[in-house]
Design a protein around this ligand. Structure first.
Ligand code: NAD
Length: 418
């Protein structure tokens, strides 16, 4: 097995690739390749049996030229300093490509949360929130959920922060439950931006999404919502999968009914509207008009990419293609709408949540969805304009060019001081 690329080095290469198309000095690019600061801390927390256990945790604040740092907190045994640094950098570009006024951050605790009780997880989370308190805040750094964290953890972090600061500051964190200051439409936001990206790319390429065949890998939050909304556009969702395997029906599956079936049974396999069961690899190489990877990173590597037959890929997951796969697909003229734009609905509606928190005025779901549509379609147009103007090889490079240009401008307008 080849060693997996160091994510932080991959990020730095992407910045160099996009920088080549901009009038920007090496010195400024170098500055944008490193986090501004990284907090590393060791949380010592009492377990249910009275023992103290120590957990390593990080928060990387990559770049704040365009606004407060923004990005999730993940709980996973593989969390590392380099991974957190890279993920915080990608958040800079995700926020910049859709033009929302944030920089990038990311955090994590090295932990397998399944091994701990809810009370232990609450103490661990509150301990991390206490360490984060001096560097986060509504105007400083606004964490959010990521792998293995959700509304519960966000509510604990908000409560810890507000208690220690003796204030109310719901906008210190996003991804909260509605009653704790969350936003309507947040749960569906990532799948919804994936649908907008799919609709726009079909339109851009002069193809009809109505009647198009679609395969969706991963049927969790992002994948199942994207499938249902793309189904609503008249496409045929011919195959979907989760970690248990894939199901297929050439005439199209009922995306919402599959979701109900998965909620009841725990998996998509065994669904009686399917005519065939496939492996996940078979799903990824189906001859479809659109493939939506919505599971985990590195789902398609260089070898598998040679067998991909889809015409268009819209990345709902973060980093579903390895850099090698990306090269192979670019050479095969398969159009890929990159994750930083397609799945930016999550962070965009987090931004709406923060705006509503600060205004103490809450929007209807309809308003949230309309504003999201406006932002994603405008970002798509800016990406394709950069793609054409610079004669770029892929939408991904174009998205990075748009994003990097915005970050560089914000830095240059502010100037270098001290
Ligand atoms: P989730 O846990 O709700 O769903 C993940 C799904 O992938 C599950 O159905 C799981 O069974 C399936 N899966 C896991 N391994 C698989 C495999 N090998 N083959 C096929 N399916 C597999 O997670 P989610 O929130 O939907 O996130 C999915 C992706 O979208 C991640 O990359 C995440 O970073 C990205 N994303 C999510 C959001 C969000 O708001 N939820 C925002 C931005 C990006």
């Amino acid at each position: 097995m080849p060693e997996e690329a160091n994510p932080f080095e991959s990020l730095q290469e992407q910045i160099d690739d996009a920088g080549a198309y901009l009038d920007v000095g090496e010195d400024v690019l170098e500055r944008l390749k490193h986090p501004q600061r990284v907090l590393e801390t060791n949380l010592s927390v009492e377990m249910d049996d009275g023992r103290i256990e120590v957990f390593r945790a990080f928060r990387s604040q990559f770049n704040g030229d365009r606004g407060p740092y923004k990005g999730g907190i993940r709980y996973h045994p593989n969390v590392s300093r380099d991974e957190v640094k890279a993920l915080s950098g990608w958040m800079v570009y995700k926020c910049a490509v859709v033009g929302i006024p944030y920089g990038g951050g990311k955090g994590g605790i090295v932990i397998d949360p399944d091994q701990y009780s809810e009370a232990e997880l609450e103490r661990i989370t509150r301990s991390f929130a206490t360490e984060l308190r001096p560097i986060i805040g509504e105007d400083r750094d606004i964490p959010a959920p990521d792998v293995n964290t959700g509304q519960r953890e966000m509510n604990w972090i908000k409560d810890t922060y507000e208690t220690l600061e003796n204030t109310t500051a719901p906008g210190v964190i996003t991804g909260k439950a509605i009653e704790s200051g969350g936003s309507a439409g947040r749960v569906e936001a990532t799948g919804r931006s994936t649908m907008f990206a799919a609709r726009e790319v079909f339109d851009y390429l002069g193809r009809d999404i109505e009647g198009a065949s679609v395969a969706v890998q991963g049927y969790g939050n992002a994948g199942s919502v994207a499938a249902a909304l793309i189904d609503d556009l008249g496409a045929d969702i011919v195959a979907v999968s989760d970690s248990s395997g894939a199901i297929y029906n050439a005439d199209g599956l009922d995306a919402r009914d599959v979701k109900s079936y998965k909620t009841e049974t725990g998996s998509v396999t065994g669904y009686d509207g399917a005519t065939e069961e496939l492996t996940n690899e078979e799903l990824l190489t189906l001859d479809v008009d659109l493939l939506v990877p919505a599971a985990l990173e590195n789902a398609i590597d260089g070898a598998l990419a040679h067998d991909v037959q889809a015409d268009i890929i819209v990345e709902a997951a973060n980093g579903p293609l390895t850099p090698d796969a990306d090269d192979v697909l670019t050479e095969s003229d398969i159009h890929v709408v990159p994750d930083i734009l397609a799945n930016a609905g999550g962070v965009t509606v987090s931004y709406f949540e923060w705006v509503q928190n600060r205004q103490r005025f809450y929007w209807t779901e309809e308003r949230v969805n309309d504003e999201l549509e406006r932002i994603i379609t405008a970002a798509f147009d800016e990406m394709t304009t950069a793609y054409e103007e610079n004669d770029l090889s892929s939408f991904r490079v174009a998205a990075y060019v748009v994003a990097l240009r915005r970050v560089v401008r914000a830095f240059e307008e502010g100037g270098s001081w001290p």
